[in-house]
Design a protein around this ligand. Structure first.
Ligand SMILES: Nc1ncnc2c1ncn2[C@@H]1O[C@H](COP(=O)(O)OP(=O)(O)OP(=O)(O)O)[C@@H](O)[C@H]1O
Ligand SMILES: [Mg+2]
Length: 348
């Protein structure tokens, strides 16, 4: 492969050309050849499944099966028989022998999604498969050996779960041989225009529509939003906008309120990285709203101040005295700012 292609996407529909994604693509190519276990980490909707599929497709196992199991969607007993299979009579509904997903993945790759949600008893069984590549079907004493590569994914921090929630440390280390972190969309905003183009084209075709452009303000809102649901959220909003569009342009009115910056951003318990991305969003919202001759600093400070007042007002159920005290400003100043920012409906 020419050196210029090592950091290109593993397949056409996998979008990404920022440096973090290029690094990810390079890493996928590097590890695809081995059979070592891969642990995919990253928030929901970042593309972990696409990474798992890419690792399989680029590996020598590509001609073998790629089997996905969502460990979070099944109860413990169902998961056990799904993964390992069972023999007739093993439990009430076991009316015939059934091979499990590990056997189905023989010669290929098994993708264990949402590994963070498996019970402690199941973790012990998985540990054995990882160590010895063997197991027994439910209700059977015969040992089955399989050759499959394991890729696991989690959208929770497994190291933290080891500390707090009893995820087994030995299993964690067995899984964490080749960790891959898929970065959230807010940390790779350069890719947003390309993702938008890709999804617009896909959903226009799917819905028999012609969308010839995306308006500048729509694109600016999309670039500035914090994307807690990552690429999946972006994909859904584009599909919705295309279904709702009347003309050939995808404009800002077709985007949900929170993307247009009209609904407030939720402030629950915030992590430092979230706070940083919230600030980045407010700043870029300010930057995109500023008039040509206006001052960026003023626009950004205004937008940040409005958001902070709104959030504190809500936390104080609209009580102005309490809000002023929390903000460390006097009541008259607060009153004036509430008027300036049009927050009267939130205040009592
Ligand atoms: N870089 C990308 N290019 C194109 N489509 C993407 C990209 N990343 C994600 N998607 C799309 O977004 C959706 C979510 O991706 P995926 O299912 O891989 O996320 P995930 O990380 O597995 O999320 P979860 O933790 O919720 O399972 C899919 O429809 C996928 O095709
Ligand atoms: Mg997934």
């Amino acid at each position: 492969m020419p050196p210029s292609e090592v950091d290109s996407p593993p397949f056409e529909g996998f979008i990404g050309s920022c440096s973090r994604m290029k690094e990810l693509f390079r890493y996928i190519r590097k590890i695809a050849n081995s059979s070592a276990t891969v642990l995919l980490l990253g928030e929901t909707g970042t593309g972990k499944e696409l990474v798992a599929k890419s690792v399989h497709d680029l590996s020598p196992r590509a001609t073998g099966p790629f089997v996905r199991v969502n460990c979070g969607a099944l109860s413990e007993s169902l998961l056990e028989s799904e993964l390992f299979g069972h023999v007739k009579g093993a439990f009430t509904n076991a009316i015939e022998n059934r091979t499990g997903r590990f056997e189905a993945a023989h010669g290929g790759t098994i993708f264990l999604d949402e590994i963070n949600s498996v019970s402690t008893a199941m973790q012990i069984k998985l540990l054995r498969v990882l160590q010895e590549q063997e197991f027994e079907r439910v209700g059977d004493s015969h040992t089955v050996s399989v050759d499959c590569r394991i890729i696991a994914a989690t959208n929770r921090d497994l190291a933290e779960l080891v500390e707090t929630d009893g995820f087994r440390e030995d299993l964690y280390y067995r899984l964490n041989v080749l960790p891959i972190y898929v970065p959230p969309l807010r940390e790779r905003r350069e890719d947003i225009p390309e993702l938008v183009r890709f999804f617009v084209e896909r959903y226009a075709i799917e819905n028999g529509r012609i969308i010839s452009s995306v308006s500048l303000d729509a694109l600016n809102f999309l670039k500035a939003y914090s994307w807690p649901g990552n690429v999946r959220e972006l994909q859904n909003y584009i599909e919705r906008a295309i279904v709702l569009a009347d003309g050939e342009e995808l404009n800002a009115e077709l985007l949900p309120q929170q993307v247009r910056g009209e609904a407030p951003i939720r402030l629950g318990r915030v992590e430092k990285s979230e706070l940083q991305s919230l600030c980045a969003e407010l700043v870029s919202r300010g930057l995109s709203e500023v008039a040509e001759e206006g001052s960026y600093h003023e626009a950004v400070m205004g937008i940040v101040e409005k958001e902070v007042i709104l959030q504190v007002l809500r936390r104080c159920q609209g009580t102005q005295t309490k809000t002023a005290t929390k903000l460390g400003i006097n009541r008259n100043t607060l009153h004036k700012k509430i008027d300036d920012y049009g927050l009267q409906d939130e205040a009592r």
